[in-house]
Design a protein around this ligand. Structure first.
Ligand SMILES: [Zn+2]
Length: 416
């Protein structure tokens, strides 16, 4: 277990210095022992943000070259998860931070190529399917002021048909499609995808959840490839997360709450969560996809939506697990340090507690100080797709850009 993550030796809190000389700032980059990390932790937020932004924008250039420029713009994987749509999503983020029009136009160009590459795809979600291409395409067209392109992508989105044998989870299933609808409504206006349309999909999810639960101890349960997962990517946490953004009937709300309470009551003594119903003994994974981080984000949202203290307390406990065991030997969003850091940001946004902001910042400082060195030394896994948004450096660049404005940071393609 210990070799999945670095022991977190960073202090529980470090106060920021108010002023810093240029010399001290430069030293923080040049010195490469443990001291440089401490200096980053104490740096004023504005100086650190500037440094993170610089690192992210440099990284973005490399990611564009590696995933787009050097491929001859031929697409082997169009998805947001590990493919080139992830690069487009990073460019959209970068545009929102810097207002650099080149990022928006390159983003639009990549989405266009993804559109051609995904025409025959049967995958329908935002993260792994065609809905991500059409939804991002529509939003980027709106930002670029291209009405014709906006109409085109919305028409393409409307053509997406959900197969009857679709699973319900986030990466390949119904709630992954619903999330694309929420994304469109957020950026293009409520009602862009009418609730009469999404309600049918929600009904199906609830019906399936109740059927698999079979009136057991947990009101809703789902299967993906024969496993009853709990985490954000394939299981209960991801499904409940999206359902909480949909219009639900009172009995459905009770089922969502009951499902979350079932998970809280059956977590590991450590505060971490099993990956699935069958996997109740292996307290190992502390990832967004499986384990406490993804579930913590859902619990923070439940605390926000329902106001129950039980959800907030459980979110705080799960967040402690992420601080202790979440400094993973990977950089990415799905199962890496960058994704885990969003748990602290989410709890900071809900509570205003600066200790959580510090923890997110500490994870960012650790990455800024060490990620490249540790990857080069082979002590950190560079990822099977080393420049991708969900498994690679794309996720780290995205996180660095996001934490510049911590009150607005959102886990990419998951938090709205
Ligand atoms: Zn993962």
């Amino acid at each position: 277990m210990a070799n999945r993550f670095f022991p977190n030796l960073m202090p529980d809190f470090v106060a920021e210095t108010t002023t810093q000389t240029l010399h001290e700032e430069e030293e923080a980059v040049i010195v490469s022992d443990g001291d440089s990390l401490m200096k980053l932790l104490a740096m004023p937020y504005s100086s650190l943000s500037e440094r993170l932004k610089r690192a992210a924008l440099d990284l973005k250039e490399t990611i564009v070259i590696e995933t787009w420029g050097m491929t001859g713009q031929r697409i082997s994987d169009f998805t947001l998860y590990c493919g080139v749509l992830g690069t487009a999503f990073l460019l959209f983020k970068s545009y929102n931070v810097t207002n650099n029009k080149n990022d928006l136009s390159l983003c639009s160009q990549i989405v266009k190529a993804c559109d051609s590459a995904s025409l025959g795809s049967r995958d329908v979600t935002f993260i792994c399917g065609r809905a991500g291409v059409c939804a991002l395409g529509a939003v980027v067209a709106k930002y670029a002021g291209d009405e014709k392109l906006l109409t085109y992508y919305l028409a393409q989105f409307e053509k997406i048909k959900l197969p009857t044998n679709l699973p319900d989870e986030l990466l390949y299933g119904r709630v992954g499609f619903l999330w694309a609808c929420l994304f469109l409504n957020k950026y293009l206006g409520q009602g862009t995808i009418p609730s009469t349309y999404t309600a049918k999909v929600v009904d199906e999810v609830i019906k399936n959840g109740r059927a698999v639960a079979k009136k057991g101890k947990c009101p809703l349960m789902f299967e993906w490839y024969g496993e009853k997962y709990w985490g954000a990517a394939h299981g209960l946490a991801g499904i409940m997360h999206v359902l909480m953004d949909m219009e639900l009937k009172p009995d459905e709300i009770e089922d969502v709450k009951g499902t979350l309470k079932y998970m809280i009551n059956n977590r590991f003594p450590s505060g971490n969560y099993p990956a699935s119903e069958a996997d109740r003994k292996r307290d190992v994974l502390v990832h967004w996809c499986h384990g406490a981080p993804g579930i913590a984000l859902t619990l923070v949202k439940a605390a926000k939506v329902f106001g129950d203290k039980e959800f907030l307390d459980a979110a705080v406990d799960a967040t402690q697990v992420v601080w202790n065991r979440g400094l993973l030997k990977r950089v990415g969003i799905c199962h890496g340090i960058s994704g885990n850091a969003y748990v602290f940001l989410s709890l900071y946004q809900l509570t205003g507690n600066l200790e959580y902001l510090y923890r997110a910042k500490a994870f960012a400082c650790f990455l800024l100080d060490r990620a490249h060195k540790l990857i080069n030394k082979g002590e950190m896994h560079g990822g099977d797709n080393p420049f991708s948004l969900f498994e690679g450096l794309g996720g780290m660049a995205y996180f660095f850009l996001d934490i510049i404005d911590p009150s607005q940071a959102k886990f990419p393609a998951y938090e709205l």
